[in-house]
Design a protein around this ligand. Structure first.
Ligand code: ATP
Length: 431
C-alpha cells in the first residue's frame, strides 16, 4: 500500500487535497495521470454498460435534488451510522467497527466509549441566502435516486421496456465517520450505478445475472481471480427492502473490501417515490396486458475504489539484468498513457522527426513525448506508470522511415514503418 501511495504521489496519480494548506481530512485530488486512469475506468464501465448493450441508456442527474426525495428514499430517517466517542482521547469511531476487545483503537483505554448515537451521513446545505429549515438541501449520498425519480421520463423518451436499465456516473457525498485507507473511503467519491428495471417475477434471475456480469467485468480488466470474490450478505445484513445483496470484494492490502454492491431492491424505490410524490410510477405491459411497479436490480460500484484496485493489482516489481524494474501491468484500456514517443537521445537531428511522429499519433491515442535523459531511464519511467508501448526514433529512422516499438510487459521490440504506425498500434490497443 505504501508503495502505491508513494508512486501515486510521485508520478502524479493522486495528491492529498489542499496540500499547501496541510491537506484536508482524507480528501484527494487526481493528478494528470490519475485523472486519465479514472476516466478510463469510467469509460470502460460506460462502454460495457451503455454502449455495448441495447437495453441500457444513460443519465446525468443533478447532485442537488428536491429534499423530499431523501425522505421518500429513507435517507433522512435512516441513513446513519452508530457513532461513539472515546472519553479518554476524544477520538470518534463507528460503533459497528470497534475491535472485540472493547479497547479504544487509538489510545487503548478500556471501557471508555460513550453510548452510541445515530449520526446521519448526509451533508446538509442551504439553498439560497436564508439558512432556515425551508431551504435545507442535501448533497446526494448516492446517484441512484436521480435515476428512480427520472424513471417515467427516461422510459417514455427512450421507449424501453422492462427489462431495461438506466446507468449513471457521478459524484456522491457521505459524511463518513472514519474515512481512510487512501481513496478507499472518502467523503466525496464517484459512483457508477445501474438501476435495472424488471418485471416483478424476474428480480432473482436478473440479480444472479448481474452478479456474474459484474465479476466478469473486473476480471476482464485484469483483476486476478484470487484477489476477487463475491460475498452474499447474510439475512441479518440485508437492508429492509432487499431480498438479496452481494458484494463484489477485492483483497486490498488491509483485507477484503467492497468494490461494488449488487442488490435486488424489489419495488421499494419506485413505490416509495410514487407514495411521496403522488405520481404514478407503474409500467403498463401491453403484451401481458397488465400494470405493475417494476422491480429493480442495482449494481452500484465506486469509481475510486475500482481505480485503486486496478492500480494495486497492476503493481509489480521484477529483476531485469540485475536491476529492479517497477511495472504497472495495467490493462492497456486502462493505462493513462497509451504510447510514449522517445527520441533515442536529445538531438537536433532526431527531434523534428520524433515530434512529427508524436503529432501523427496524438489524434488517435493519449501519448507522451519525452526526450530528456537516458533512453533506459525513460523506458523505466513509462513501465512504472503502465504505458503499454514506447516508440523510439533513432538515427536509422532518418533513412528507413521506421521506428522501434517496445512492448511494456515482454519488453519485446519490433521495427515498424512510420506509415503503418497508427494502424499497428490500433491493432495492439483494443478498445
Ligand atoms: P461501505 O460498507 O464500504 O461503507 P456501502 O455498502 O455503504 O460501503 P454502497 O452504499 O453499497 O456502499 O455504495 C456503493 C459503492 O459506492 C460502494 O461499493 C463503494 O464502491 C462506493 N462507496 C460507498 N461509500 C464510499 C466512500 N465513502 N468512499 C469511496 N467509495 C464509496
Amino acid at each position: 500500500m505504501d508503495r502505491i501511495v508513494n508512486l501515486a504521489k510521485r508520478r502524479g496519480f493522486v495528491f492529498p487535497s489542499s496540500e499547501i494548506y496541510g491537506g484536508f481530512r482524507s480528501t484527494w485530488d487526481y493528478g494528470p495521470l490519475g485523472v486519465l486512469l479514472k476516466r478510463n475506468v469510467k469509460e470502460a464501465w460506460w462502454r460495457a454498460m451503455v454502449q455495448c448493450r441495447d437495453d441500457i441508456v444513460g443519465l446525468d442527474a443533478a447532485i442537488l435534488m428536491a429534499p423530499k426525495v431523501w425522505e421518500a428514499s429513507g435517507h433522512v430517517a435512516t441513513f446513519s451510522d452508530p457513532l461513539v466517542d472515546c472519553r479518554n482521547c476524544q477520538e470518534r469511531f463507528r460503533a459497528d467497527q470497534l475491535p472485540a476487545s472493547g479497547a479504544c483503537p487509538n489510545c487503548g483505554a478500556k471501557d471508555s466509549f460513550t453510548d452510541a448515537r445515530q449520526f446521519n451521513l448526509m451533508f446538509k446545505t442551504y439553498v439560497g441566502p436564508v439558512e432556515d429549515d425551508a431551504s435545507i438541501a442535501w448533497l446526494r449520498p448516492e446517484t441512484a435516486q436521480g435515476i428512480f425519480v427520472n424513471f417515467p421520463q427516461v422510459q417514455t423518451t427512450s421507449r424501453k421496456k422492462p427489462p431495461f436499465g438506466i446507468a449513471q456516473i457521478g459524484k456522491a457525498f457521505r459524511n463518513e465517520i472514519t474515512p481512510g485507507n487512501f481513496t478507499f473511503r472518502t467523503r466525496e467519491f464517484e459512483q457508477m450505478e445501474l438501476e435495472y428495471f424488471v418485471p416483478p417475477e424476474e428480480g432473482q434471475k436478473w440479480f444472479e445475472y448481474w452478479c456474474a456480469e459484474r465479476l466478469r467485468w473486473y476480471r476482464d480488466l485484469g483483476i486476478p481471480d484470487d484477489l476477487l470474490r463475491l460475498r452474499q450478505h447474510e439475512a441479518d445484513e440485508l437492508s429492509h427492502y432487499s431480498t438479496g445483496t452481494a458484494d463484489v470484494e477485492y483483497l486490498y492490502p488491509w483485507g477484503w473490501g467492497e468494490l461494488e454492491g449488487i442488490a435486488n431492491r424489489t419495488d421499494f424505490d419506485l413505490s416509495k417515490h410514487a407514495e411521496f410524490s403522488g405520481k404514478d410510477l407503474t409500467y403498463f405491459d401491453q403484451e401481458g396486458d397488465r400494470r405493475y411497479v417494476p422491480h429493480v436490480v442495482e449494481p452500484s460500484a465506486g469509481a475510486d475504489r475500482a481505480t485503486l484496485a486496478f492500480l494495486l493489482a497492476a503493481y509489480d516489481e521484477e529483476e531485469v539484468r540485475g536491476e529492479k524494474r517497477t511495472v504497472l501491468r495495467l490493462d492497456p484500456r486502462l493505462a493513462p498513457i497509451k504510447v510514449a514517443v522517445l527520441p533515442l537521445s536529445k538531438n537536433e537531428r532526431l527531434s523534428p522527426t520524433a515530434k512529427e511522429v508524436a503529432a501523427s499519433l496524438r489524434p488517435s491515442f493519449q501519448i507522451d513525448y519525452d526526450e530528456a535523459g537516458a533512453i533506459g531511464r525513460r523506458y523505466r519511467r513509462h513501465d512504472e506508470i503502465g504505458t503499454p508501448f514506447c516508440v523510439t526514433v533513432d538515427f536509422d529512422t532518418l533513412d528507413d522511415k521506421a521506428v522501434t516499438v517496445r512492448e511494456r510487459d515482454s519488453m519485446a521490440q519490433e521495427r515498424v514503418s512510420i506509415d503503418d504506425l497508427v494502424s499497428h498500434l490500433s491493432d495492439r490497443l483494443p478498445r
